[in-house]
Design a protein around this ligand. Sequence first.
Ligand code: GTP
Ligand code: MG
Length: 197
Amino acid sequence: MQIHDAAFLASNTRLDACPPPTLPEYAFIGRSNVGKSSLINMLTGQKALAKTSSTPGKTQLINHFLINKNWYLVDLPGYGYAKVSKVARAQWGKMINFYLRNRENLTCLFVLLDSRLPPQAVDLEFMEMLGTQGVPFVMVFTKADKQSATRTRQLIDAYLEKMSAIWDELPRHFITSAESKEGREEILGFIGEINQQ
Ligand code: GTP
Ligand code: MG
């Protein structure tokens, strides 16, 4: 699939204010600073469509983009940022849980993980919760340009091994870089295939 049209639609804190759930929706989530907004810009080929920042916690809203006029892409706020207050964290949890449970057109959630890090408890717990709630998701290992392909593979294999203790069937995974555009064709191909079903 090629993206020939990408437009920002709206930012919301409330699900009922989000665009009508009439098109397939693909949402991006992960720890603060993992590279969600950068990946969205890389996929859409628009440098500043989603706001990126070196300060974690930049994305605080549910941000909807309309792609090719026939599917939604969503940039969700990051979790696990230590400097966020307890109240803000609880608010995040409430908003995201409500979104994940009730967004009827959510087709697949992309869970972003920093390819340089060993398995993180906060990510494993988050994915376990997704499994419990039956939210369809795939894993995306980001920032692969920051280390050798061999190192990335080692860390991902360690991750998958840890996951296999919890999961009978491992979720699909992608390796990406917003710098080199690695993983772009694979992710767009994946979305294109589902949209055609
Ligand atoms: P929040 O919205 O704060 O949760 O962050 P985010 O997950 O949207 O991360 P964002 O895309 O803003 O990127 C955070 C930082 O990582 C920025 O300084 C990016 O330039 C950098 N970054 C993101 N992806 C990559 C990548 O693939 N390679 C490299 N080298 N840097 C990246
Ligand atoms: Mg962001």
